[in-house]
Design a protein around this ligand. Structure first.
Ligand code: SAJ
Length: 404
């Protein structure tokens, strides 16, 4: 479809984080006039200078190009547009209940700007019923959500580290609050997604996204549970898993120090919050994964007892390999608690960060040379080249199974 034929030309994206910014800049480079909105003045300033505030491969180039061509502007306030995309956080509260306040605030903020014919898309991962709630708030603001405007959920499914590739290539699920909303939103995504765009209801789209992340969480919990069983049996977990995976219908994931990030460790709770006792397996998986950092700390304490004043080198702080993102990171949690326990001198290496607000960081060489105990927490590329022979005079606790 050419730009002139397009029904929609302007887009207002609310939230310029890991999803909103790639989406806004990508749409800018596809000829849409995009306004990206964020509550942080420093984020808005950074983007308007053509720079970025997060680390993601090639995002800097995309943002620079969209800003320099005048197709993307960042702002503290939303503006009128043909399409509104809500990409704000949906965290959970202390009791694991979903916190929808950002979605509600964003909806109320755009409500006065919406005109008949506009499309409102919720991209934030959301509990079942949230898109209906967005429509309800818009109806309360005086909009005719049956006929005049379109409201749909299109959950983001991109993997941090591969966002720009997956934004285009992944299949997308689009669920409207009614058939017309689904149809209009499907047409919008089809214009720039090379994967298939699959229409459904808003509620099914919501549960589908939560199901994908809960599926992965349950499977990682299985691997984490296996690693604890193997430890008791004195069997190498990674050898076991690679052997079991030779079965044509078995595909076990990898154990680690726990599950981090703001998606897989969060989204299953949105299912549990509504399903209660019906979500027993999903809840247990969350508990198994959340308990893994404790188990790792137990192993460290056990090994540290062998030394008088040990130095423990913690390798990795990020929530997963080859990213700098430490949010909800089990590695970070383990490091903090290890320091609190005061059983050793703790030194930290995170090759993807220049510095950290809480800890001094050391190079890999320094960490390895000083350490009595090496606690490997993240499977970053620079760590993967180390061999057991090189570390033969150290006690190694390898939570990711990468030291061969
Ligand atoms: N992990 C393991 N073992 C594994 C795989 C992962 O311990 O075998 C751990 C990682 O180290 C990390 C956590 O799980 O701590 C999550 O990492 P991830 O790479 O599995 O997923 P995320 O959180 O980066 O992105 C997920 C993706 N969802 C699925 O793969 C089903 C992504 O497609 C979603 O868009 C994203 O959540 C999201 O935004 O919801």
């Amino acid at each position: 479809m050419t730009i002139l034929q397009r029904k929609f030309n302007s887009v207002c994206v609310i939230g310029l984080g890991y999803i909103g910014l790639p989406t806004a800049s990508f749409l800018g480079t596809k000829g849409y006039q995009v306004t990206g909105v964020d509550v942080s003045p420093s984020v808005v300033d950074t983007i308007n200078q053509g720079k970025i505030h997060i680390v993601e491969p090639d995002l800097d180039i995309l943002v620079k190009s969209a800003v320099n061509s005048g197709q993307l502007k960042a702002s503290l306030e939303p503006v009128a547009a043909d399409i509104f995309i809500i990409a704000v956080p949906t965290p959970f509260k202390d009791d694991h209940q979903p916190d929808l306040s950002y979605v509600e605030t964003a909806t109320k903020m755009i409500a006065p700007l919406i005109r008949p014919g506009n499309l409102v898309i919720l991209e934030s991962t959301s509990p079942v019923g949230t898109t209906d709630r967005v429509a309800e708030l818009l109806a309360e603001a005086g909009h005719n959500t049956h006929d005049d405007i379109y409201v749909a959920h299109c959950p983001e499914r991109v993997l941090p580290g591969r966002i720009l590739i997956e934004l285009v290539q992944n299949d997308r699920i689009v669920g409207g609050i009614n058939a017309k909303s689904t149809e209009v939103a499907v047409e919008f995504y089809q214009a720039f997604v090379s994967g298939e765009v699959l229409g459904t209801s808003a509620r099914t789209a919501e549960l589908s996204k939560l199901t994908e992340n809960a599926f992965r969480d349950v499977n990682i919990a299985f691997a984490n549970e296996l690693s604890m069983i193997c430890e008791k049996e004195k069997i190498d977990t990674w050898e076991l898993i690679s052997l079991a995976n030779r079965h044509p219908r078995v595909n076990i994931l990898q154990p680690g120090p726990g599950v981090g990030g703001h998606c897989i460790a969060v989204d299953p709770w949105f299912i549990i919050a509504r399903a209660g006792e019906s979500a027993r397996l999903i809840k247990t998986a969350r508990e198994v994964n959340d308990a893994k950092p404790n188990w790792v700390l137990g192993k460290v304490q056990e090994k540290a007892q062998r030394f008088k004043n040990p130095t423990i080198a913690c390798l990795g702080l990020a929530f997963k390999a080859d990213v700098d993102d430490c949010r909800e990171s089990p590695a970070l949690d383990i490091v903090r608690r290890l320091i609190e326990q005061n059983i050793a001198e703790v030194i930290i290496c995170e090759p993807n960060l220049q510095s950290h607000s809480e800890f001094e960081l050391v190079s890999l060489e320094q960490a390895v040379s000083k350490a009595d105990i090496i606690l490997l927490l993240v499977d970053h590329k620079p760590f993967k080249v180390m061999t057991a022979a090189q570390l033969s005079d150290k006690v190694v606790i390898d939570t990711r199974g990468i030291i061969k």
